[in-house]
Design a protein around this ligand. Structure first.
Ligand code: PEP
Ligand code: MN
Length: 370
């Protein structure tokens, strides 16, 4: 961190500043130029309040050299984080054989009748396709979609049980019952399940969920993040619609600071002036996050665009930009869906997209296609 001092300063105030910084364990290197005096701070500056420094009378400007996030920072953890989801294979398989010969890492276990456990990985070259309806609506709906997406090569099933809806009059999700139905779908397909938590009071329902999603609206719910930082379960953290990349990484830091290092970041678009899409997908966030952090990044083209026909091109663009996975809304009857039907693709469209994703991964040299 660098502090640029004003030209005419009160010596007493400068002494106080230096004592304060030294007491924080920081080393100070003064550099006096003809017009400017600069203080270089060496040590752990992550706890220094930059706004407080900026407000001091003797300070002209403050610049961070090091990012404020540590555990999520690639500088201190150069290798990609790989997160593994494990479930028991189904006793009986309702899923058809995979129709798309995708890359090995987004292929479910080839023999889904065996009792071996199923592993799905993300990060470090492993690609994860998370698919399912916006909300779980009925046993028939979730089991049909789960079987279909598994047959097409999805490696995780996502469905909302607790739904954050803009209107209090809209369908709020099947809640605890929805989670039970997801578990049933997992038993039938072996796919790990991903579902959103909205409030800490719901945590007990998530004991047997494989990945807990924190939605865009809760990205900066620091109380929730702190509690989820104490548990040993992967968290899918979605970017808030007005959040910077650094703010997303700082929210990941909340989870990691508590000891939970299994964080998957999700780019789902940010709100801009553009009305033709629900949000604007920030594709450049993918290489930027991958440069700054070792955590895996998935892209959600469904919430990013809000339009089913844009899901395919944006999925392929996300793969090309280096995403580690995709989160795609799939519904067997989008026109009657209780939530987000307009952006949901059908199982048939998903099957075709899964093949294109695999082809794109081969085209960019992300996997050999063997
Ligand atoms: C969702 O994933 O169902 C959802 C509500 O998305 P977001 O939090 O990105 O708006
Ligand atoms: Mn949705």
């Amino acid at each position: 961190m660098i502090i640029i001092l004003k030209q005419e300063i009160d010596q007493q105030e400068l002494d106080n500043l230096m004592t304060w910084l030294t007491n924080m364990g920081l080393e100070i290197h003064m550099s006096e130029g003809a017009n400017t005096t600069i203080m270089g701070l060496v040590g752990d500056t992550s706890t220094v309040d930059i706004n407080l420094l900026q407000a001091l009378d003797c300070v002209a400007d403050v610049k961070r050299i090091q990012e404020p996030f540590k555990k999520a920072n690639r500088k201190f953890h150069p290798q990609d984080t790989v997160i593994t989801l494990k479930t028991n294979a189904p006793v009986t398989s309702h899923a058809a054989a995979r129709s798309s010969q995708a890359a090995e890492d987004f292929a479910p276990a080839p023999n889904s009748n065996s009792s071996q456990s199923i592993e799905a990985k993300i990060g470090g070259g492993h690609f994860m396709v998370i698919a399912g309806p916006c909300s779980v609506e009925s046993p028939e709906q979730i089991s049909a979609i789960a079987a279909a997406v598994k047959g097409s090569g999805a490696t995780a099933l996502r469905g909302g049980a607790f739904k954050p809806r803009t209107s209090p009059y809209a369908f709020q999700g099947m809640q605890a019952e929805g989670i039970e139905l997801l578990k049933e779908a997992r038993r039938a397909t072996g796919l790990p399940i991903v579902t959103e938590i909205m409030d800490l009071q719901q945590l007990a329902y998530f004991d047997d969920v494989d990945v807990i999603q924190v939605g865009a609206r809760n990205m900066q719910n620091f109380v929730l993040l702190r509690e989820l930082g104490k548990i040993n379960k992967p968290i899918l953290l979605k970017r808030g619609f007005a959040a910077t990349i650094e703010e997303l990484l700082m929210s990941a830091e909340y989870l990691m600071a508590g000891g939970n290092e299994q964080v998957i970041l999700c780019e789902r678009g940010v709100r801009t002036f553009e009305p033709l899409t629900r949000n604007t997908l920030d594709l450049s966030a993918i290489p930027i996050i991958k440069e700054l952090s070792h955590l895996p990044v998935v892209v959600d083209p469904s919430h990013a665009t809000g339009v089913a026909r844009y899901v395919r091109p944006m999925s392929l663009a996300a793969v090309a930009a280096g995403a580690d996975g995709l989160l795609i809304e799939v519904h067997n009857s989008p026109q009657t869906a209780l939530c987000d039907g307009q952006q949901s693709i059908t199982p048939k469209q998903f099957d075709s997209l899964a093949k294109d994703i695999a082809a794109m991964r081969i085209a960019i040299g992300q996997c050999s296609g063997q």
